[in-house]
Design a protein around this ligand. Structure first.
Ligand code: MF3
Ligand code: CO
Ligand code: CO
Length: 423
């Protein structure tokens, strides 16, 4: 997801840590297309994906913290006072960063030095790329690969497995399909996917922490194939979830599906946010404001910004050929985010649970289609079976995608042994 935060530096224990204000709207590379909401405080610093410094810092800290196994902490905390973590999750040890050397794999422009080149220029006024049919086919292929890799990574999730092991599976499965795992070295990100456990909002870094019974985890996979990115994520329950956790997962899924159902040509991008926020508020939850969905294509994070809360930001209108993500993070408690010292991991400020789903979507002449939609072999999760918004796999709101959804869902139900009556 895209960082659209204002970073508030608050003094804590004599040092500062970063709280990402929920009231924020941002500035991004297209800052003047965005109107700041009136509730913004004036004292904050505006930042946008400024990872240059952190890349340098991380290199230094790795030298200091190398362990005999070649694992590093990936954080710069050794000489600092304790960080005020909000919940129970802590940074673990990271295995060495992988490097893609296979000449057959087309790498994005940031793969070697960590710096994306082609998305740094501001686009004023807001320009949303319209994909040609050739590009759409490439986006479909990238989306399909991301889905396959997500399903494989998801199947590996169980008690005792480390997120680092999941990352290795994801890395290898992407390469097997001729794709580069987009997160790897994106603005210096150290791993090939994001694994966000319990209170982690997004960008959790895979490490040696073993998954525990009752954990919930978002696995976020982006694959770069033939010059285009496909981006999707899904929740997984490790072992059994309690009733309140299930309610959070269901509300998150339902609000996301409602938002995707809303999408079709000439709808305003800004109106997606209210669909999500209004739904989750009724369920007693909140929607994260400091990160947003994004346009996607040959560039990982492009125009438009997709805000997941009620807003009045002129982010353009949907049109056939647009590709973008919707990826709301919904929280049990506060939607405020706390950024760890690794400058990636964001958790809820109160340490309570949150959940997220993501698809890459395509606007067509008659609606929207999930380019990262589930496939024949995909597992059916309880929130898909029990959804009051849409039952079964959500593949889009076009006639063709609805038809396909009925077929694939019936198949998956049979495999799972779900009886038609209970449906
Ligand atoms: N996949 C994330 C998204 O949904 C982005 C991850 S970028 C990384 O946009 F650098 F953190 F990996
Ligand atoms: Co995304
Ligand atoms: Co993603």
């Amino acid at each position: 997801m895209r960082f659209i935060v204002r970073l508030l530096c608050l003094p804590v224990l004599g040092k500062s840590f970063l709280l990402l204000s929920p009231a924020t709207l941002t500035t991004t590379k297209r800052s003047s297309t965005i109107t700041a909401p009136p509730q913004q405080e004036k004292t904050s610093t505006l930042l946008y994906m400024n990872k240059k410094k952190s890349i340098k810092k991380k290199k230094k800290s790795k030298k200091v913290s190398s362990s005999p196994l070649g694992f590093t902490t990936g954080s710069t905390q050794q000489q600092k006072p304790p960080f005020p973590y909000a919940g129970a999750i802590r940074p673990g040890l990271q295995s060495p960063q992988k490097v893609v050397t296979d000449k057959e794999i087309l790498k994005p422009d940031y793969a070697d030095d960590g710096m994306p080149k082609n998305n740094s220029a501001p686009t004023l006024p807001l320009i949303i790329d319209v994909k040609t049919s050739e590009e759409i086919e490439k986006m479909r292929a990238a989306g399909r690969v991301a889905r396959e890799v997500l399903d494989i990574g998801g199947r590996a999730i169980q008690v005792g497995v480390t997120t680092d092991e999941i990352d290795t599976i994801v890395h290898e499965e992407a390469l097997k399909r001729g794709a580069y795992p987009s997160p790897l070295n994106y603005h210096g990100f150290p791993k090939s996917c994001c694994t966000s456990v319990n209170e982690v909002i997004c960008h959790g870094i895979p490490d040696n922490r073993k998954l525990e019974d009752g954990d919930i985890i978002n696995l976020d996979i982006t694959c770069y194939l033939d010059g285009y990115h496909g981006d999707c994520s899904e929740m997984y329950v490790v072992g059994e979830a309690d009733a309140s956790t299930k309610k959070l997962l269901q509300a998150t899924y339902d609000s996301w599906v409602k938002a995707m159902e809303f999408c079709r040509p000439s709808r305003d991008y800004k109106d997606i946010g209210a669909v999500i926020e209004d739904f989750v508020t009724r369920e007693g939850f909140s929607s994260v404001r400091s990160f947003c969905g994004h346009g996607i294509g040959s560039v990982f994070h492009a125009s438009p910004d997709i805000l997941h809360f009620r807003n009045n930001v002129p982010n353009g209108q949907m049109a056939a050929g647009h590709t973008f993500t919707i990826e709301p993070v919904i929280c049990e408690g506060s939607a405020q985010a706390l950024l760890w010292r690794d400058e990636w991991t964001a958790t809820t400020a109160d340490g309570k649970l949150c959940a997220q789903f993501e698809h890459t979507l395509l606007i067509t002449s008659d609606g929207t289609e999930a380019l990262t939609g589930k496939i024949e072999s995909s597992p059916l999760q309880f929130w898909e079976i029990e959804s009051e918004v849409h039952r079964g796999f959500w593949l889009g709101n076009t006639k063709a995608s609805k038809k396909k959804s009925v077929e694939l869902t019936a198949n998956a139900m049979k495999k799972k042994g779900v009886v038609a009556e209970s449906w």
